[in-house]
Design a protein around this ligand. Structure first.
Ligand code: FE
Length: 232
């Protein structure tokens, strides 16, 4: 079996939120899908180890806020590479309490859906929660981010020959030489490419990794410089 066939599936990217008692949490998921339209139902697959899983089981509701291409890496990293057990993942994020009581994220999203769980399916490491839509709205007309766009453009994995490569970069002269090494985050796998820089944090294209300040951190997960390893 060639498991790379799975990489050809296409996905979106979502902030899935829920609550338990007076606590709220949210995480990144790429597995929100519509199941039926009459009545409208959606499903999401959530890892059983995640705090959001515990909250969805407790409250029986979840929200899915749909992320747009404009979302910075730090926004995705805040929800995707940190646990709500250690940090308030919604700190500094513009959100509202939805009709279900679960958080709806308003920053960097173009729409949201709120669902009441009808059924959960035990899928080994994950549970699949199937929910009936109880609320939802469109926030703006920006383009929804696909998982592929996130991996290839946002995280810098796009080969320079790809048509999408240019749109991730501002119009700046290519000053980086190919011999300037890339560095990889040991926590989340983000690759710092000096030819791209770190636009979200004001690091211009052409800046070698070594030239970044000591307090510079991974734009995805927040790991410090020492967590990075040079790619040969
Ligand atoms: Fe990282």
């Amino acid at each position: 079996m060639n498991s790379k066939a799975l990489y050809k599936l296409s996905y979106g990217l979502y902030v899935v939120g829920s609550y338990k008692g007076n606590k709220i949490n949210a995480q990144i998921a790429n597995t929100v899908i519509q199941i039926t339209s009459e009545p409208a139902t959606i499903a999401v697959s959530i890892n059983k180890k995640n705090l959001t899983h515990e909250y969805i089981q407790a409250s029986g509701v979840f929200t899915a806020s749909i992320i747009t291409n404009e979302a910075p890496l730090s926004f995705i990293g805040q929800f995707g590479f940190k646990s709500g057990r250690d940090t308030d993942k919604l700190a500094g994020v513009n959100y509202k309490k939805g009709a279900t009581g679960a958080p709806v994220v308003l920053d960097n999203c173009n729409a949201y859906l709120e669902a009441k769980v009808l059924q959960s399916v035990d899928a080994g490491t994950h549970s699949i929660f199937i929910g009936q839509l109880v609320e939802g709205d469109v926030l703006n007309e920006l383009t929804s981010m696909t998982y592929e766009y996130y991996q290839q453009v946002k995280r810098g994995f796009t080969p320079k020959s790809a048509p999408s490569y240019q749109e991730a970069k501002p119009a700046q002269p290519q000053t980086a030489s190919p011999i300037i090494p890339k560095y990889k985050c040991g926590v989340c796998g983000y690759i710092y490419d000096p030819a791209v820089g770190d636009i979200d944090n004001g690091i211009k294209a052409g800046t070698p990794f070594e030239a970044n300040k000591a307090d510079w951190s991974c734009p995805v997960c927040g790991a410090d410089k020492s967590q990075f390893r040079k790619l040969e």
